[in-house]
Design a protein around this ligand. Structure first.
Ligand code: UDP
Length: 365
């Protein structure tokens, strides 16, 4: 008999399991996949840690979260500075003075601001109500057309005026020459890859891989269940399906030491079928003779695929709420990007798992 059965060995489940185990609780972690780490999982190819489910860059302003993860891994000094490739024109990301200079030839922050103001006025947007309007008000029409529209439509499979403005608010806009993608005090990648971090988090904890929750659902082996998978799946889709985006990766080993000179290059035009190419060695300043790249293709999730991104429009959010309301008994806790159906970053997930575990412990005392 366990105190907690934790369904999912991803970030939320692993952090929750660690905190509970350290507090003396008996936990069992299961995962239907054959590895730990959820979508953060990395695997070595040619001595390079390959982010098997896409780029994961840890960044946070939360000091406690940063200290917590640093107990289980050493983080390097990687700073995310993606490059956008629009039909061969290269632009700096996030949107900053280098981007504005390349786009319009402007040199000073004032010049950049007036260019954006001019384009915002032309578009006549007062209160942005969707991603397209939000993007144009933040950076103007030219940047929207070249660096946002195509990328976003490929990534989300929906027109920008049908997507929530919140998606684009993730990206900073800066009137400085700072190419750091994140506004975060702390940033880095676990040296040796994310899998090592998860091995440490789960040290001394019973983990059963290749184990579906359905195979244990009837057995009462734990006082409480922590479920981190998709919530519609948990209820056998009885109220209908939530929409997700999935990503397919085409990974290649290349006989060159440097393919694109950067870890992340976004392809922002509509005609390139992939959204970005990741060159994994650059997450860890690798000096290997070869290189490994992954092209990312985004598409609508269908049964059998891995869900990656929730589609947080009103329709899906309302359905998720209905599902969440079906959990009335206190013996099932939900958490993480999938069960909460929220576009969480890793640090938010860690924070939520720590807080939920602490709350449980307080309730139990
Ligand atoms: N985005 C864009 N152009 C880019 C990069 C991002 O339009 O070159 C938009 C796009 O809508 C994307 C969102 O910003 O979905 C959030 O990007 P982020 O890099 O945070 O996405 P993630 O790394 O989580 O996939």
């Amino acid at each position: 008999m366990y105190d907690y059965l934790i369904v999912g060995a991803g970030l939320y489940g692993s952090v929750f399991a660690r905190v509970m185990t350290d507090a003396g609780k008996k936990v069992l972690v299961i995962d239907k996949r054959s590895h730990i780490g959820g979508n953060c999982y990395t695997e070595q190819i040619e001595g390079i840690n390959v982010h098997k489910y896409g780029a994961h860059i840890f960044h946070t302003n939360d000091e406690e979260v940063w200290k917590f993860v640093n107990r289980y891994a050493s983080f390097n000094r990687y700073t995310n500075s993606p490059v956008a490739n629009y039909n061969g024109e290269l632009y700096s990301l996030p949107f900053n003075m280098y981007t504005f200079n390349r786009m319009w030839g402007v040199v000073t922050p004032d010049e950049a601001k007036s260019k954006i103001d001019e384009q915002r006025k032309e578009a006549g947007i007062k209160e942005p109500s969707n991603l397209e309007e939000q993007a144009i008000s933040l950076v103007g029409k030219d940047i929207y057309e070249k660096l946002i529209k195509g990328y976003t439509q490929k990534q989300w499979g929906r027109p920008c005026n049908e997507l929530p403005a919140s998606i684009i608010k993730r990206l900073p806009v800066r009137f400085t020459f700072d190419n750091n993608y994140f506004n975060a005090l702390y940033q880095g990648i676990p040296i040796g890859g994310y899998t090592k971090l998860f091995e440490k988090l789960l040290e001394g904890i019973e983990v059963r891989l290749d184990t579906d929750y359905a195979s244990l659902k009837g057995d009462s082996i734990a006082s409480k269940v922590v479920y981190t998978g998709a919530l519609d799946e948990y209820f056998d889709y009885k109220l209908g399906r939530l929409e997700y985006r999935t990503v397919r990766f085409e990974t290649e080993v290349l006989d060159t030491d440097n393919f694109q000179g950067n870890a992340v290059v976004n392809y922002t035009d509509e005609s390139t079928p992939y959204t970005r190419i990741i060159e994994h060695k650059f997450f860890e300043f690798g000096t290997q003779e070869k290189t490994v790249i992954s092209r990312e293709y985004s598409s609508e999730w269908k049964p059998g695929d891995e869900p990656f991104y929730p589609v947080n429009d009103d329709k899906n959010d309302a359905l998720h709420e209905k599902y969440a309301a079906l959990i009335t008994a206190g013996d099932v806790l939900l958490g993480g990007r999938m069960a909460d159906y929220k576009y969480y970053d890793m640090d938010v997930t860690v924070r939520k798992a720590i807080d939920a575990a602490k709350k449980e412990l307080e309730g139990n005392d």
